[in-house]
Design a protein around this ligand. Structure first.
Ligand code: SAM
Length: 225
């Protein structure tokens, strides 16, 4: 299934209980919020791409911020959680800001790029996110690392909810995630894929991790074009 079919009115409430409010993910969400706090302190306007229900944006109510997502159901909840914040409903692959706007912080959480399920499309999206980052700004991607993905099926969350990962390629880059929303077809290139695209444009790269197979990747100090 493609993401626009999965993130429907029926799935959005379940998404919130499974991936925002479920205690299994709390360390990951808290870690993201702490990293965002460190980034946003010196930085100004923030664009969260594939923002879903806007949990990350809602942690910083005084920040100048904006979200973009393809799903009307996800954005309906994002608007409720973030009054007054502009949200764009669009496919991030196609979308361009009419005025060429750039942002001091651009983010993409929870491996949302993986839904593109195509290496060339992911490369073009990452290049676009780099381009949308203003000089001096930061890019924050929450990556899925292909190694160890299969271990997901042994965790307590999988046992409790029935969510399962299945690999679709020997190198673990192609995979699928099955939960109450259906089968999510995903592609997660390795860390070097992102480093190769991003490193030339930034002065510093950081990595950290709180949950197996999920890596917080932050590029600081966008170089002038
Ligand atoms: C796993 S959810 C993550 C949501 C949010 N970033 C979070 O961390 O809770 C993936 C989100 O990506 C969005 N999405 C997937 N493909 C997209 C695309 N091509 N353009 C815009 N949004 C997309 C989905 O609608 C969904 O809200």
């Amino acid at each position: 299934m493609v993401s626009s079919d999965i993130f429907s009115d029926g799935y959005a409430p379940q998404y919130a209980s499974l991936y925002i409010n479920h205690p299994h993910w709390e360390p990951k969400l808290r870690h993201n919020a702490a990293l965002l706090r460190a980034l946003l302190h010196p930085l100004g306007n923030w664009l969260d791409t594939c923002c879903g229900q806007g949990w990350h944006l809602a942690q910083f109510p005084r920040q100048r911020r904006m979200g973009i997502d393809i799903s009307a159901a996800q954005l309906e909840r994002a608007r409720q959680q973030n009054p007054g914040v502009p949200f764009i409903q669009a496919d991030v692959v196609d979308y361009e800001f009419p005025d060429g706007q750039r942002f001091d912080l651009v983010s993409n959480f929870w491996s949302s790029y993986s839904y593109l399920n195509d290496e060339d499309a992911i490369r073009k999206l990452v290049q676009k996110l780099v381009r949308w980052t203003a000089p001096g700004g930061a890019l924050y991607l929450e990556l899925t690392e292909p190694e160890g993905l299969e271990g997901f099926n042994d965790n307590e969350f999988s046992a409790e909810t029935g969510a399962k990962v299945a690999l679709r390629s020997a190198d673990e880059v192609l995979w699928q995630y099955q939960d109450v929303g259906g089968v999510h077809l995903m592609m997660s290139p390795p860390l070097e894929f992102f480093t190769d695209i991003i490193a030339p444009h930034f002065t510093r790269l950081d990595h950290s991790t709180m949950v197996r197979s999920v890596r917080q990747f932050v590029a600081w100090g966008k170089r002038p074009d």
